[in-house]
Design a protein around this ligand. Structure first.
Ligand code: NDP
Length: 296
């Protein structure tokens, strides 16, 4: 049996961890709010750890899936942190959508105690996590990546090494910057069409079969915005964090990115208006409010 710890049973963490409960894995979970961990172990074969430190006892792999790299550093290096119990030869797989600079810092600190690090953020949403079909984009050395592959295959379908430590986090941030651009621009486009009296269901159907299509037009808007269901599966706050990481990567590299900077500002404003719990697709409500029109 491969002993694995999973820390962070949030919207996407819990369905990911569910694929590691049972042979060939022996799973231990930890969550800041203990009730959530209790709920998980009542439905899945897993041990519950009282602290991040006890979660790391005797494991080959520890997986973190937390809001940002800041929480990962807290969970690793604070009192009773995970790093205290990880033994030489263990690997930390960070499935958080984190930032590359923090990942490199974390990897260096863990290397001092003989622990390897792989950044392995995911894409595919809660539905992909439940189905075990996530895309996993990894940063780390080739040997570490190959060692982690059987664990990643439990919840991932397309598993790709993008480069050294931080590369997975960089690709994820950029991908979500594109998601933000797509959601925001489609919201503006449909608001304009609604205002001039075009049936937006018809327009969305046509756009989705035309050059302007995106995952936002083909899936997100039909399922979430047009129905007004707006299920809360991926918080706008997290998208705000991701596009901010993408903007910082470009700034540090000296690449001008006016479109991404502007979208980051709009997303930050929407996050401020709609609060911490709003889903990312709910950003369209801010566009509707300003336009004085509903897109559906
Ligand atoms: P949630 O907000 O649903 O869950 C966050 C998790 O982190 C919870 O387990 C929460 O614990 C824990 N947490 C928050 N703050 C702290 C802290 N200070 N110390 C310890 N634990 C903490 O987030 P998601 O599960 O949606 O996202 C997790 C990561 O995955 C993020 O980086 C996100 O960007 C990424 N992601 C999410 C997707 C999605 O569709 N949801 C898709 C792809 C990537 P508690 O229960 O106590 O609040």
């Amino acid at each position: 049996m491969t002993r694995v710890a999973f820390l962070g049973l949030g919207a996407i963490g819990a369905p990911m961890a569910s694929h590691l409960s049972g042979p060939p894995f022996e799973l231990t979970v930890w969550n800041r709010t203990r009730e959530r961990a209790k709920g998980f172990v009542s439905n899945h074969a897993a041990h519950i750890a009282a602290t991040p430190m006890s979660a790391g006892n005797d494991v080959e792999f520890a997986i973190t899936c937390l809001p940002s790299s800041r929480e990962v550093e807290e969970v690793l290096f604070s009192d009773e942190g995970l790093a205290q119990s990880l033994a030489p030869g263990a690997t930390l797989i960070d499935c958080t959508s984190g930032d590359p600079a923090s990942s490199r810092r974390i990897a260096e600190r863990l290397a001092q105690q003989g622990v390897d690090f792989l950044d392995a953020p995911v894409s595919g949403g809660v539905a992909g996590a439940s189905a075990g079909t996530l895309t996993v984009m990894c940063g780390g050395n080739e040997t570490v990546f190959e060692r982690c592959r059987p664990v990643l295959e439990a919840f991932g379908k397309k598993i790709v090494r993008c480069g050294d430590v931080g590369a997975g986090h960089a690709v994820k941030a950029v991908s979500n910057a594109l998601l933000a651009v797509h959601v925001w621009s489609l919201g503006e486009a449909l608001a304009s069409l609604a205002k001039i009296g075009v049936d937006t269901s018809v327009a969305l159907d046509v756009i989705s079969a035309s050059a302007g299509r995106s995952n936002a037009s083909q899936n997100l808007f039909p399922e979430r915005a047009m129905t007004r269901a707006f299920p809360r599966t991926f918080r706008l706050a997290l998208l705000d964090k991701d596009i901010d990481i993408a903007a910082r990567i470009a700034r540090d590299a000296g690449v001008p990115i006016p479109l991404i900077e502007l979208t980051a500002k709009l997303i930050r404003g929407a996050h401020g208006e709609l609060g911490e719990e709003a889903d990312h697709v709910e950003a369209v409500k801010v566009i509707e409010e300003r336009a004085g029109v509903q897109i559906s």
